[in-house]
Each structure stands twice: as C-alpha cells, then as structure tokens.
Ligand binder design. Structure first.
Ligand code: NAP
Length: 295
C-alpha cells in the first residue's frame, strides 16, 4: 500500500488506536491526527503514541487527511459525519470500524453530499477484545482476522481497492458483502452471543443466592460470560442499532431454549441428547484446527 500522508482518527479506543499502531509499526503512515470526545482520552492517546497530534474537533481532524477512519460507538457516527462534511478533502477515503453497517450507512447518507457519500467505504473488523479505551489498543489486533467491507454502489473500484489495501497492510483478511447481509450474519454470530452473555449474568446477579452461585462459578461460566465484560454503552448501541436483524435472531434462540425446556420437563433423554449431539457436532466442526476462522 502507498504510504498514507495523513490519517485522521476519530475515536481513540481499542479499534482506532490499534489500526493506528499497526500502520505506524509498518511505516505506512506519515502523521496521525486524532479526535475523541474527551480531552483526557486525546491526551492519553498522545502519551501512548496512538496519534501524533490531537485536535479539538472532527472538522479539524479530517481537514487535509488522505484517509479518515471512524472508530466511535455506532450511535455517535451520525454526529461525526455531520461534523466532517464541511472540511473533507475530495480525494480522502472515509471508512469506519462500526459493528453495525445499516445504521451507519444511513447516517452517512443523511449527512454527506452525494460526492462525499461516494467517498465512504463502510467496514467492520471482526477482531476485538472485551477491553476498551486507548490503553486497550495493540498493533497486532488485526493480524489474521477478517475485516468485512460493505462497499456502496457509488464507490469507485479504485476507492474500494484503497480500503482493501488499508486492511491487508495491517495483516487482516478482507471480505466483501452487502450491508444488510452483514447485519444479518453479525446479529447471529456476534450480537446475539453478547446479548446471551449479558442476559445470563444479569439474570444470575438478581438471584437472592447470587453470592453463592458466583462463588461456585467454574471455567465454563467464565468462558461463556467473558464477553459480558465488554463495554455496556458500545453494546447497547450495537444491539439497538441492529434490532431489525437481532430481534428475529433472538426469537429463534428463545424458541430453541423453550424447545429444550419442554424436552427436559418431559424427561425426554433421547430428545435432549439428540439436540446436544447436534450442537456439539456443529461446534466441533467449526473449530477444527485445519479450518481458518475469525475470532
Ligand atoms: P472504545 O475502545 O470504547 O473507543 C471508542 C472511542 O470513541 C473512545 O475513544 C471514545 O472517546 C470515542 N467516542 C465516543 N463517543 C464519541 C463522539 N461522540 N465523538 C468522538 N469520539 C467519541 O471502542 P472500540 O472497541 O474501539 O469500538 C469502536 C468501534 O468499533 C465501535 O463502533 C464498535 O462497534 C466497533 N468494533 C468494536 C469491536 C470490539 O470488540 N471492541 C470489534 C469490532 C468493531 P472518549 O473517551 O473521548 O469518550
């Protein structure tokens, strides 16, 4: 990839900070100018070397930038698009890391001119941890992880090629799909599991005997609930923004749990075994060592 002269980073946490660190490590960026809502976050991002210079507004950050990367919570992106419209350079590639694509694309369309809209190539790295903020960022986050781009019909082939090159330059494996398909698939594989983990921990924490329950929590509980330690505000935004895809997926899961409940209530050993065997076979096949998967 040709070196980026100036990268504007909007949102200086795990995803934005990690992209910047990876580009810097690979010598692929001249200057990184960063904006984040809170002054203390901007300061910390400078201290950690995630950015070279912090500015006080989105407009200032994007002025003169060759690439603009938006890594705020998805609900904040509408305001970011509005704030950048007046100062975006016509040659700039604008892309993002938001976990939901439909709402972000709609926000961009509402805020940007048609020409600027064509500069936006939406994206979503399928990589992350349950940590957030500038201190969570690390340069190797995207290596061998998938990044899904959901290009718009208005994007030029050259611009999409630039977005692909941006991610492959930091070790990611890029795939492309349409916006609605992305939100459907991610509702199943990412948003529903987070809902299930938050929901389980919430339910148990309301039990009268919760202290005893948690005292005896073992490895399985820890594995299943790790993602309930993720940032609540970020996941609130994702779940509500993707409700059209998430709610049918949640209903499907609830139907399965109710089916399982009926089998257990009826002491249907064969039925329970059958369901568990099917689930184990599906899970085992998914994580065979020879098959490459995203996290
Ligand atoms: P994060 O660590 O919490 O970072 C988010 C950053 O956005 C923070 O620096 C926060 O700054 C800033 N911010 C919040 N509201 C803002 C606003 N209105 N204007 C400007 N900056 C604002 O979150 P993250 O994990 O990097 O996630 C960023 C994006 O990546 C999200 O859209 C998320 O859906 C997506 N994503 C996350 C993961 C994951 O596993 N974490 C994976 C893939 C994609 P302040 O401290 O200044 O408020």
């Amino acid at each position: 990839m040709a070196k980026i002269d100036r990268l504007a980073l909007i949102g200086l946490g795990l995803i934005g900070g990690s992209l910047s660190l990876a580009l810097k490590k690979n010598g692929l960026v001249g200057e990184v100018v960063g904006y984040s809502r809170q002054a203390q976050t901007r300061l910390r991002a400078c201290e950690l070397g995630l950015i070279d210079r912090s500015v006080d507004s989105v407009a200032e950050a994007v002025r003169g930038a060759d690439v603009v990367f938006i890594a705020t919570p998805v609900q904040a992106m509408a305001g970011v698009f509005q704030a950048m419209a007046a100062s975006l350079a016509p040659h700039a590639l604008v892309t993002d890391g938001g976990s939901v694509k439909g709402s972000v694309v709609a926000a961009a369309k509402a805020a940007l001119s048609p020409a600027q809209w064509a500069q936006f190539v939406p994206g979503h790295p399928i990589a992350g941890t349950e940590r957030s903020g500038p201190d969570a960022a690390f340069a190797s986050l995207f290596i061998n992880h998938r990044v899904i781009l959901t290009p718009l019909p208005e994007n030029s082939a050259a611009l999409v090629t630039r977005a692909v090159a941006l991610w492959t330059s930091v070790g990611a494996v890029v795939e492309q799909m349409d916006v609605q398909h992305h939100d459907h698939v991610l509702a199943a594989t990412s948003h529903l599991p987070h809902l299930a983990a938050f929901g389980l921990v919430s339910a148990l924490s309301r039990l009268e005997e919760r202290y005893e329950v948690f005292r005896y929590a073992a490895g399985g509980f820890r594995d299943f609930t790790r993602i309930a330690s993720s940032d609540p505000l970020m996941w609130r935004d994702i779940c509500v923004a993707n409700r059209d895809e998430l709610l049918p997926m949640l209903d499907h899961y609830l139907d399965e749990l109710l089916h399982l409940r009926r089998l257990i209530d009826a002491s249907d050993y064969a039925g329970v075994e059958h369901l568990f065997c099917d689930a184990k076979a599906a899970r085992d096949a998914l994580y065979q060592p020879s098959v490459a998967h995203p996290s």
